[in-house]
Design a protein around this ligand. Structure first.
Ligand code: ZN
Ligand code: ZN
Length: 427
């Protein structure tokens, strides 16, 4: 069973590498996400501008792109959907990722930003392309981090008493190739004491993290521990690379939830996405466990009850209301939620209300025809800035840099104010 599943996964993964996921023509009628300009340089994924020009970091020519949210299976990246739901392969809850959207003609190299017709008259087909750093979701029910080198990602799991596992990923959150895993040296520190004399943490007890026989993760024996189980992985991805530390705190054993197979289809309204077991406190998107701040500990909350109580309203996705006043009211709420997450240092959660605010902005964009000429002139650029600053909040949230995220939030707030002002002027 396990090996059969693995073969399917492998086949799908190989397929995905050969041809990016393609959605059906039904998906084409939806509104196009706005064009942003991004840097083609690896490591500059946080450069997202609303006009063409040069990258502020490396001066390369920016490239146009349509960024959008898509939903994929936690471990089957070949599956890419327009909306949340269940993975058709293993029934796990789909996770949100950032993708580039373009249109193509099957069997050709056509790749354009606006849908049109192919030479044979058929409509172009929508294509999703994964983005580096577009997926910060744990895949094994553990705690997920991005490394300070802005390329590696990793996930620690505590599957049962005495065992810690470390999964290593690349910039696309694909498992790290084995030759690179072999270059990695890592140990798990189980006891550290701060020495005031040297002002450094002295390791009292550490165990090696060694590749498991199946080559899929590194493993360490941790002995008996009580909850929350705290452990620190210290990792060098190359012999000459600096050592990074990642602090884990497990409130319970990491488990991968198995979703029951539903019998009817779409008879029951979809609830808010259920959090995965072993993630940070009741988050709808497991991505919340992300942090780059090596000194910040990610704490895994018990999964029981997390879906019913104690969820921060900022993390609960809501449908976009119909009327302009309701949309504006929700935009105000989302802005406050973003502000609160930033104040709390919960940077990895910021993207949820920021993306909801972006969707509210795009909904307002469809309701500008009743505005006076004055309002119409100012609302369009304001919505563009709102969308762009939401993407920036997402990008900086994952990197955990307070200065950048505060800057992006200032732009976001200014854009929201302008949008509100444009709609305040009644005809
Ligand atoms: Zn650049
Ligand atoms: Zn990343």
């Amino acid at each position: 069973m396990q090996s059969a599943l693995f073969l399917i996964v492998f086949a799908l993964t190989t397929l995905a590498a050969a041809s990016p996921s393609v959605a059906g023509p039904a998906a084409q009628s939806q509104k196009l996400p706005p064009v942003s300009y991004v840097c083609p340089m690896a490591g500059d994924e946080d450069v997202i501008e609303d006009a063409p020009g040069l990258c502020r970091k490396c001066r390369m020519q920016l490239e146009p792109i349509r960024l959008d949210a898509a939903w994929t299976c936690p471990v089957h990246a070949a599956v890419m959907k327009d909306a949340p739901g269940k993975c058709p392969i293993d029934r796990r809850e789909l996770v949100q990722v950032t993708v580039a959207v373009s249109w193509t003609c099957p069997g050709t190299t056509v790749d354009v930003l606006t849908p049109g017709s192919c030479v044979n008259g058929a409509p172009m087909v929508k294509k999703f392309t994964a983005r580096a750093h577009g997926n910060h979701n744990p895949q094994h029910g553990g705690l997920f981090f991005m490394a300070p080198d802005n390329w590696h990602h990793l996930e620690g799991t505590y599957p049962r008493a005495g065992v810690f596992r470390l999964y290593l990923y690349d910039d696309y959150t694909k498992p790290l190739p084995r030759d690179q895993v072999r270059k990695t040296t890592a140990r798990l520190v189980l006891k550290e004491v701060f020495d005031p004399a040297t002002r450094t943490a002295k390791e009292e007890f550490a165990v090696p993290l060694v590749p498991a026989q199946n080559g899929r993760y590194l493993e360490a024996r941790v002995g008996k521990m009580s909850f929350p189980a705290r452990m620190t992985a210290k990792i060098k991805f190359q012999p000459a690379a600096p050592e990074h530390r990642f602090d884990f705190a497990f409130a319970e054993y990491s488990t991968v939830p198995v979703m029951p197979r539903t019998t009817g289809n779409a008879a029951v309204p979809a609830p808010a996405p259920a959090p995965e077991a072993g993630n940070t406190a009741g988050t709808p998107a497991p991505r919340n466990a992300v942090s780059t701040a090596a000194s910040t500990a990610a704490v895994a909350a018990p999964s029981g009850g997390a879906s019913s109580i104690g969820i921060d309203p900022g993390l609960v996705p809501l449908p976009v209301p119909d009327s302009v006043p309701e949309i504006l009211a929700q935009l105000e709420q989302r802005t406050e939620q973003v502000r609160r997450f930033i104040d709390q240092g919960a940077f990895a959660s910021v993207y949820v209300p920021a993306f909801q605010a972006k969707d509210l902005g795009l909904a307002l964009d469809e309701r500008t025809k009743d505005l006076e000429a004055d309002g119409r002139r100012t609302v369009d650029p304001a919505i563009k800035r709102l969308v762009r600053s939401a993407w920036l909040l997402d990008a900086f949230g994952d990197l955990g840099n307070r200065e950048h995220i505060t800057e992006a939030f200032a732009q976001f707030v200014a854009a929201v104010k302008d949008v509100q002002a444009a709609f305040a002027v009644k005809k």
